[in-house]
Design a protein around this ligand. Sequence first.
Ligand code: COA
Length: 180
Amino acid sequence: MSEAVPLIGTVAIRPVREGDGGALARAYVRNREHLAPWEPLRAESWFAEAGQEENVARRLAEREAGTALAWVLLDGDSVVGTMTVSGVVRGPFLSGNLGYWVDGAVTGRGIATAAVEHVLAACAGEGLHRVQAGTLVHNAASQTVLRRNGFDRIGLARRYLRIAGRWQDHVLYERLLGDD
Ligand SMILES: CC(C)(COP(=O)(O)OP(=O)(O)OC[C@H]1O[C@@H](n2cnc3c(N)ncnc32)[C@H](O)[C@@H]1OP(=O)(O)O)[C@@H](O)C(=O)NCCC(=O)NCCS
């Protein structure tokens, strides 16, 4: 089983695993207001252990199928964020979509920046060629995290994702991995 890798202070990162559902549900309850403007509308089951355990099982199946990679950020036993690379396409594309959040109680400490760096190294290790990420136009903190990790702005994708109940424009970023 993968050990947690230290990131910043007492916060560490490791791949999500079976049994993380309870800590994930508690984290989403704590961060409900913090995350609401930046995420899709969530069903009530999202905030319950069973719902999160289902989510974990789906991620683990996707990992097995080679279509996603997912991590939790931990401070002791508490989940304080997640990192997910979803929609991984192999063949000549070798690309995936990065998404993440950090607990509102520990933002502004460089945790997301360090975690994205860890995730990019893992993606390179998996043989991916490219990672894409989209942020809401006004998500300055997330754009800072991406720029610091070598992402380039691709452009504006109109009404790209349904966030907080509305189709919203996103700025798309990409980071190429390796040099060939
Ligand atoms: C975006 C997010 C993951 C950043 O996490 P974090 O651990 O605070 O990130 P870091 O500390 O590594 O870097 C964030 C940087 O943005 C800066 N920042 C924060 N809010 C900002 C704002 N409103 N305007 C400009 N810069 C801002 C921070 O000061 C920090 O830079 P600094 O280190 O120079 O001070 C976190 O704020 C979050 O979870 N937000 C809600 C969910 C979300 O937006 N997810 C991403 C969707 S694309």
